[in-house]
Design a protein around this ligand. Sequence first.
Ligand SMILES: [Zn+2]
Length: 238
Amino acid sequence: MSLRDAQRGLGALLEVDLQIDRRRQQIAALDPGTTLAARYKVSKPNADTLRAEANTLAAVQKDAELTLAGIESKIKAATDKLYSGKVTSPRELEDLQAGIDALGRQKATLEDELLIHMEAAATADKAAKAAELDVAKITRAYRTLKDTNTKREAELLAEIKAMEPMRKPLVNAIADKAVVKQYELIRERKGGAGAAFMTWDRTCTSCGMMVNGTTVNAVTDGLVLATCEHCSRILLPG
Ligand SMILES: [Zn+2]
């Protein structure tokens, strides 16, 4: 068995490994949802703040409504008394009427204030709802992304699992075990391809750099196992 045979054997193994690596890269490149997570981190507290503001304004409105209701029942009680026939003294009747008038003025002011409170509460509620809707949208998009990623990752892992058994016979077919060992070592260290092809224009297919003349000769002659001087991968004739 010559080094040429080892080069050929490595070439076949590399083809399978490149397929496996491509899928591993696709898994690594899956969008982890960082942008959506960052948007959530801003939108959620913003929505919470707006909701708290809306709740405060709603409470203010409720208080104003209760105060107004209190005045209204005071006016009703005084009016009932005025027309009950039980009060006959003109002075007392006059006082009652004056009291009712004063309460009426108070009521008008409270009604104006209530309108302002209602408008502010409605505006705040609208803003809070819009922010909450935005948070819900982000959450939904994040969940969809994660689901899609999980599915895609499972597909790719299944493809890798199907390809891995193809390696063993290819490894066994290489008689020079030192070459295999070196290949696997580089593969482990690089976290990817342990070899690369050299193209017709002397370029390493892995790092894309041009290989120097001595290396080119070593690769084509097949007398020594040459490595790319740029990325240290075993270079194989393309
Ligand atoms: Zn290289």
